[in-house]
Design a protein around this ligand. Sequence first.
Ligand code: FES
Length: 899
Amino acid sequence: MSNDKVKLKIDGVQIEASPGQTIIEAARDAGIYIPYLCWHPILKPYGACRMCVVQASNVPGLPASCHTAVADGQEVITSSPAIEEVRRDILALTLSEHPHGCLTCWRVEHCGPTDVCLRNVTVTDRCVVCPQNERCELQDVTYYIKLNEVPLPYKYRGLPLETRNPFIDHDMNLCIVCGKCVRACDELEGASAIAFEHRGERTIVASSLGGTLAESGCTFCGLCVDVCPVGAIVEKDNKWAGGADSMVTTTCSHCSIGCTLNLNVKKGKVVRSTFDVDGVTSHGQECARGKFGYKWIHSKDRLTTPWLKEGDQWRESSWEEATDAVARKLAGYRPEEIFLLASPKNTNEDNYVLQKLGRAALGTSNIDYVDRSCPPEALEGLEQAFGSSAATNRIWDVRDSRAVLVIDSDLTFEHPVGGLQVKEAVRRGAQLIVLDPRDTELGLQASERLVCKPGTEVAVLGGMMRVILDEGLHDQEFIRQRCELLEELESSLGQLSPQAVEGISGVSAAQITQAARLLAAHGPASILFGAGLHSQGSDLSAAVADLAMLTGNVGRPGAGVFPMRGENNSQGATDMGCTPGGLPGGATITSAGSWLPFRQAWGDKLPSQPGIGYRDMLLGVKEGRIKAMVLIGENQVLPDPQGELAEALSRLDYLVVHETFSGTLGDHADVLLPATSFAEREGSYTNLERRVQMVRPAIGPQGESRPAWQFLSEVARKMGASGFDYTAPSEIMDEIARLAPSYAGISYTRLEMGGIQWPCTGDDHAGSAMLHDPQFLRGRGRFLPVSWSPSEVGQDLMALANVSREIKGVLELGFENRVEISSADAQRIGIADGDKVSLTTAMGSIPATARVNGRASEGTVLVAMPQSVMITGMFQGSSPGVLAALAQARSYPVRIEKA
Ligand code: FES
């Protein structure tokens, strides 16, 4: 036994606990149940309900086990006549305000929702008609305590139901005022959208501003729903589904944080998504998309059977016929005429087999994927500087940073659980610096909010580095020991004095100076950035790497660099070699040392030169060099604000689409194949912190849908390729582990016990929570010159997607298209506050109301995006309109005219 464990006995059972744990936590870990109502493993102890009282040898009286720490040699008794008496008396008080006709009735198991109560026909508020029936903690506690009678009279509160909110319904007649929802909203989400209302016996939970949740700033993360022990706060959808038949723990498919979810299944249908307190990335935290964004799985519009196009006509086909047709047709193209579009939404196994099909069977390395907020090519600067473009640390550890710099990332919307770690760091006293042309929620909490013109972020970072060097604030010891070529960085900063950068970016020299001083003085510091707001090539990631090295914030807990990849498996798509020059596990085609093992494994067709990427493909199709494409995806929305992709697809000779929905891609496809969703298949994702996690099937495939690896393997076999005889995705992971040293110790057997962060170099290697410690993956960290050039956008106004913060969850509440514009631009165009305008892009025009309110910086307009629309993914399957294009691309040129 290790020395840092505490030994105690609970009900005579010897257990070990960690120092600082409470008795109820230690009991839970040991599988011993102590009743509770106000305690929750992810919340601070509250000590209000007293259901958890115990006897502890070192504490007088009956202490609350949720508030009492374990101690060495402690003996705990969880049940005795004295304990039961206290619990019964207090529970009776609680039940005097909660309908309890069923709770204390011995016949409850015989009753159904349509039965009339035979004990008392006036009893209508019954467990059997409560949405929380069978998953109610009050039921559990009452049955455990064996309370058969409530001596006090029950008083119905007579409160109206609140059903105006999207996603969530309230029935505060059922509330037991345990406060878990209020505490979760405040302690974890930091939204304080719900609060206690009134005092004394009238105390109840309500929205904090008295109206709807939306009006009180609710983010609809759903935490209040999941912590509510009774039926007072419940999901609106599938409200009456009752307890689940099964619950499958899996990984969320929305963003790159990779939260752990429990999909609740009833009669073959996912009816609910609940958070998992043991999830190693999210630790029980969640967001609106993970909680409510799963309904598309059961959409009637899902592709459920293969389709083949003959002339202009579509007809259904079998998989046999479809894969025959694809294999035959692809065999007719030269390798350089084929392009493979991988998917950051799909599993590692799908993407691995796609690139292997290209390289080993078709002989092409024309492969890429699209990440709308942080494309792989934007991270080349980070790769060159550190030897890896992946995040250096665990996202959870951001809460330990003393300073956090967030660049071009509306974190609390795009990666909400990542945003929660930043908020927690701020709560703990960290300095927050936000550099973004948009108005973001984190900007409101920042010590320094740097609102720059889009495309000038690199110049601002250069200005900050100039201040740090000029004032001698850089970490000289770190640089001397671990880095090289500082002089290249220094010489590139000559033109970037804070005063010069003020003229370029619109951020004042004083703010640039102050931000630089804050970052340099408060280590460890984390830098989180999205690279897709405006085209800056890989210069932004290079500047971020420089700044991190300059301040010594690499290879240190609570520090590091985090590219905020847009999709759930963007990191995995890179890891699997789905880039023109990449190979699985970070190997490259241009390095003979890493290329040769793949050549030996896959054969002679493997190209020795990189292929072309996504942007070159668009041009290649236009010029007739690319003729055929295979595209895989899972409810993937490809950004196409200028219509270039649609045009390229329409010109292709042959397009194979494997997707969950036909969407707009289907208009151009020759073969449409139904894909399984994340809820229907087994596989793995790699999140932004390099953690490989299991995706598990909760339900069967919809219709005849199949995972991409299965159909791609069949096509490869039909083309005569060997090495595609997989019968399960675990075999694909085993092959990845054999070929990619950073995945060498990863297998499904190990992943079943929890995610593993690569590099994981063998079966006995635990994985790597932090990169570049004690040295960079490339040896010494390489400073790169700051490369800044004026925006390519020229005179166009840039429209920036800006999640609507005043009216969240608004589609149901009435949404107004609103365009915020700077006073300088408004004056130039001749627009006044409140004018009706038209907003025109390459995708068309929409009417909107202009707001001249000082939030948009010159050269930009902020277009309010309804959050609920983005959560529910309503754009899927519809023609991309102006708002849809903006939501997908986050920024693009726009014209505004008075209507
Ligand atoms: Fe301990 Fe409520 S669970 S007092």
